[in-house]
Design a binder for this molecule. Structure first.
Ligand SMILES: [Zn+2]
Length: 283
């Protein structure tokens, strides 16, 4: 299976950024759909089930953020800012099939909002407001930071392993709110005996992963509202097994393709409660 990147000097170099949050989310959704399709094609080629014709990917220097003429400096014009995890398996531009100049990306383990990350978000909202139409918090399944927070919550003795590192502790501490919220939601839905369930740790990790992305989106939205930038912040989670971003857990590839892909940050406690119950329904 060939994937060919092609630059056509006679093709139109113009690119219009999306006009609003809705169009930006649509662009990100179709980009992720293309990525998931390529992954599915690679999988079927690898098993010998089906071979696919070459895929031509057009290259646009303006979207890549490189100068068309040597010596010129390209404009910085991302249409979305994304706060994602540092996990190497979640390359933001790849999984959303975007070019380099499409996204202003901040990556930190556990996609948490520390002071420096907030500074980057604030910079983008202030200095790139003519192009940015959306804010996204991107979590992912199999997140090491969320898993560490859950394991420390379940077995606090393990905390001694990270106690000597202030930096690692601060990451885990920021995720702990979502772990506690996930635990309480699981008890509310399934009763206190849920802790005896054989999949309890797995359910806690998945619920905390989604809640952590939503909590960070809530924090980013609140900060942006405070500085009056008028950008809508959504959350999503990259479901690694299905190569799709999803706003609620997906059990199958079909599920991942049909579920809501991005959801706005919850606005208050009631919306967090509703969200946590919707997450748990799909575990
Ligand atoms: Zn992660």
């Amino acid at each position: 299976m060939d994937i060919i990147y092609r630059f056509d000097p006679f093709a139109k170099m113009e690119w219009k950024n999306p006009k609003n949050n809705k169009e930006a989310l649509q662009l990100l959704t179709t980009g992720n759909d293309r990525f998931a399709t390529v992954v599915a094609q690679m999988q079927s080629a690898a098993t010998g089930e089906k071979q696919h014709p070459p895929m031509i990917v057009p290259i646009n220097p303006v979207k890549l953020g490189v100068p068309l003429v040597s010596g010129l400096e390209p404009a910085h014009s991302p249409f979305a800012m994304v706060l994602g995890c540092a996990d190497a398996r979640v390359p933001v531009e790849h999984i959303l099939d975007c070019s380099a100049n499409d996204l202003f990306v901040v990556r930190v383990a556990g996609n948490v909002l520390g002071t420096e990350c907030l500074g980057s978000v604030d910079y983008a909202a202030t200095h790139l407001k003519s192009s940015i139409r959306s804010g996204i918090v991107l979590g992912h399944t199999q997140c090491g930071a969320v898993t560490a927070a859950v394991d420390i919550y379940l077995a606090p003795a393990g905390f001694t392993e990270i106690a000597s590192s202030h930096a690692v502790r601060s990451l885990v501490d920021r995720i702990m709110l979502s772990v506690r919220g996930a635990e309480r939601a699981l008890e509310r839905v399934h009763g206190a005996k849920v802790q005896k369930h054989k999949r309890y740790r797995e359910m806690l990790i998945t619920t905390a992963t989604y809640l952590n992305a939503a909590v960070t989106a809530f924090d980013v939205q609140r900060e942006l509202n405070a500085i009056g930038k008028g950008i809508t912040v959504s959350y999503t989670v990259y479901e690694m097994a299905w190569s799709r971003v999803c706003a609620l857990p997906a059990r199958t590839a079909e599920d991942a393709a049909s579920v809501q892909r991005f959801a706005p940050a919850p606005k208050d406690t009631d919306e967090f409660v509703t969200l946590s119950e919707k997450i748990i329904e799909r575990l």
